[in-house]
Design a protein around this ligand. Structure first.
Ligand SMILES: NC(=O)c1ccc[n+]([C@@H]2O[C@H](COP(=O)([O-])OP(=O)(O)OC[C@H]3O[C@@H](n4cnc5c(N)ncnc54)[C@H](OP(=O)(O)O)[C@@H]3O)[C@@H](O)[C@H]2O)c1
Length: 250
């Protein structure tokens, strides 16, 4: 796709996107990047003020924005998101699952209620939201992106609960792809390595490491590879992208 010199490329113009976890980190970067390339976006998160800031950044690109405060664990909120997209956009081309939470602890003594919480947010919520949005995505031959983690590919001590939910998310994406490709729907898993976001900052604190954002992947760089994959020619499906910071952790 080309545009006159100095003009932004709007390869997602007239497309619509729903981005969860849009109030922070990677989801925020993806929502703003999609809006900058012409997509109308529905931004979903729980923190009202952070969500309003992201919605305003998207609006500066002249696209329509739905600002939907929602807890993805709530069935009522999921139904509301679907109804908003149907009523305001009438279609959905791109669904990005970025919302998640993380906890660390050894299997021997980690809290089972933390595990239940991670399951609800990291695995059950993307499953349920995908179910709700699938009719719209099927009719637009849309695309679904799961922001996953390299811990879904190789787990480590201390991360059993988070990694188990992310392994499950990979299984969900792989099964779904097999089910929806025939309808022209593409499914992408992005396995992010350590990325400079609030979640990673908290993890550094829990691990007792010094947080040095410059040595980590930048959220805008994850957004740029996601958009690259979403814009790929329709004869190709990019199924999985694994990333890691170029520099080793200190
Ligand atoms: N950062 C990393 O190093 C890294 C590495 C590998 C994978 N990932 C994955 O990348 C994705 C994005 O993470 P991030 O680093 O950008 O984290 P983040 O900055 O902590 O953002 C997490 C987002 O999830 C939302 N969220 C959490 N629980 C929710 C719920 N119940 N309902 C609705 N929204 C909820 C948060 O919303 P509110 O803040 O509004 O509550 C926030 O927008 C996650 O899937 C994460 O597992 C991150």
């Amino acid at each position: 796709v080309s545009a006159p010199a100095g003009q932004p490329v709007h390869e997602f113009a007239s497309q619509t996107a729903l981005v969860t976890g849009a109030s922070s980190g990677i989801g925020c970067a993806i929502a703003v990047a999609l809006a900058a390339r012409g997509a109308h976006v529905c931004v979903v998160g729980r923190n009202e003020s952070k969500l309003a800031t992201v919605a305003a950044r998207c609006e500066t690109h002249g696209v329509r924005v739905i600002n939907r405060r929602a807890d993805l664990v709530s069935e009522v909120d999921v139904a509301q998101i679907e109804a908003d997209c149907r009523r305001t956009f009438g279609r959905l081309d791109i669904l990005v699952h970025s919302a998640a939470t993380m906890s660390i602890g050894r299997v021997a003594d980690a809290s089972v209620s933390d595990f239940d919480c991670l399951y609800q947010i990291n695995l059950r919520a993307p499953y349920r939201l995908t179910q709700a949005m699938l009719p719209l995505l099927r009719s637009s031959k849309g695309q679904i992106v799961f922001i996953n983690s390299t811990l879904a590919l190789t787990s480590k001590g201390g991360f059993s609960q988070y990694a188990a939910t992310k392994h499950g998310l990979k299984a969900l994406a792989d099964s779904l792809r097999d089910e929806v490709n025939a309808d022209g729907v593409r499914v992408l898993s992005v396995y992010a390595g350590r990325t400079a976001t609030p979640m990673q900052m908290t993890l550094h604190e829990l691990e007792g490491r010094r947080y040095d954002a410059d040595r980590l992947i930048q959220p805008d760089d994850i957004a740029s590879i996601v958009l690259h994959a979403l814009a790929a020619p329709r004869s190709i499906e990019i199924t999985d992208i694994a990333t890691r910071p170029l520099q080793a952790p200190r």
